[in-house]
Structures are given as C-alpha cells and as structure tokens.
Design a protein around this ligand. Structure first.
Ligand SMILES: Cc1cc2nc3c(=O)[nH]c(=O)nc-3n(C[C@H](O)[C@H](O)[C@H](O)COP(=O)(O)O)c2cc1C
Length: 176
C-alpha cells in the first residue's frame, strides 16, 4: 500500500524528503524560550542578538551552547570573545526579542544592563542569566556552535517568553 509520504518522495525509511521549508516548519513545533546572547567587543561596546537555539549541554562541568548563523554580522564578535552572556527573556520582554533581532543601529539604546564579572553585558529584568567563558567554537553546516562554561547563573521568579510555531506565546498557568 502506498502512503501519502511515498508520493512526496519518501526515503527508504518511509519519511518524506525534508525540503528547507518543511524542515523549518517542523523545527517550529519545538517550543523554546527566547534569549538575548551578549558580549563586549575590544572597544568596550556591547553587542547582542536574539537566540532560541540555547541548550544546556552538561552539568559537570556546566556547559551550554548557542548556534549562530554564519551570515550574521554579529558573529565575528562572538568568535573573537572569551566571554558571553545568555539572558532568558521574561514574558513581558517581547520588545527586547524584537529589538535584538532587528537591524536597529544601537540595539542597547534605552536598554538597562550591567556588566558581569567579566564585563559581559547582562540585561536588567530578565528571568535568568548565565555568564559563560568560551570553551569551544566549531562550524556545523551554516552555523557556528559556541560552547560556554557557565561561571555565573542567576534566576528569578516569573514566567518566560515562549516561541512556538514562529509566534510569541505566554505560558498558561495550568500545571499538568
Ligand atoms: C525568536 C528568534 C530566535 C532566533 N534565534 C536565532 C538563533 O538561535 N541563531 C541565530 O543565528 N539567529 C537567531 N535569530 C535571528 C537573529 O536574532 C538575527 O538574525 C540577528 O540578530 C541578526 O543580527 P546581525 O545581522 O546584526 O548579525 C532569532 C530570531 C528570533 C526572532
């Protein structure tokens, strides 16, 4: 019996061939939080970008990773830095996600932040923060993976900003 998957070009395992659009659509079914990843350049200027590819990698030692598109102009700052920060956005901070994924000249304009132990910019009012020392960077496909060892971690009460199906969402109160 032939399935619909077969008719769109299934591989021997029976999965439809994943073109770029369906791959993206499928990835979008994985709900994530949203972070702003930050660093300081050699002139002391802050840089940051919106990232939802944040993943906790290891507990001992505490390692995290983010994945950055090779086409992003900000990438050079993260490749040449020894430190970076991860700021987990709270539900009222959609404007920060939009700002740090925009082409705004100065993304930090009117954004309150303080310098962490390494000088890394840490945003005020976020749900959680990690300050990380870079331990590894490597290319994977069209992205660079930045692996950091967590040297500082702080969290607060509150709800996260959620990204699901390419839209901003809030967490419902119901616990399962
Ligand atoms: C919700 C959301 C999540 C994003 N996650 C990532 C990510 O994980 N990696 C990435 O390279 N870009 C991600 N982006 C896109 C970047 O934020 C955006 O391309 C970047 O800020 C461009 O900066 P630049 O052109 O100044 O380098 C995301 C954007 C949004 C809105």
């Amino acid at each position: 019996m032939s399935s619909k998957a077969d008719s769109v070009g299934a591989d021997p395992a029976g999965y439809p061939a994943a073109d770029s659009a369906s791959y993206r659509r499928t990835c979008a079914k994985f709900a994530t939080g949203i972070t702003v990843v930050t660093t300081l350049d050699s002139h002391g200027h802050p840089h940051g970008m919106t990232v939802n590819s944040f993943t906790s990698v290891s507990l001992e030692p505490p390692l995290v990773l983010v994945s950055i598109d090779l086409r992003n102009s900000i990438l050079g700052h993260f490749i040449s830095t020894s430190w970076f920060g991860i700021n987990v956005l709270a539900e009222h901070q959609e404007h920060l996600s939009r700002r740090f994924s925009s082409t705004a000249e100065n993304r930090f304009l009117d954004v309150n932040w303080r310098a962490g132990i390494s000088g890394t910019p840490l945003l005020d009012g976020v749900l959680a923060q990690f300050e990380c020392a870079v331990v590894q960077t490597f290319e994977a496909g069209d992205h660079t993976i930045l692996v950091g060892e967590v040297r500082g971690a702080v969290c607060h009460e509150g709800k996260p900003l959620v990204f699901f199906d390419s839209k901003y969402r809030s967490l419902a109160d119901r616990e399962c």
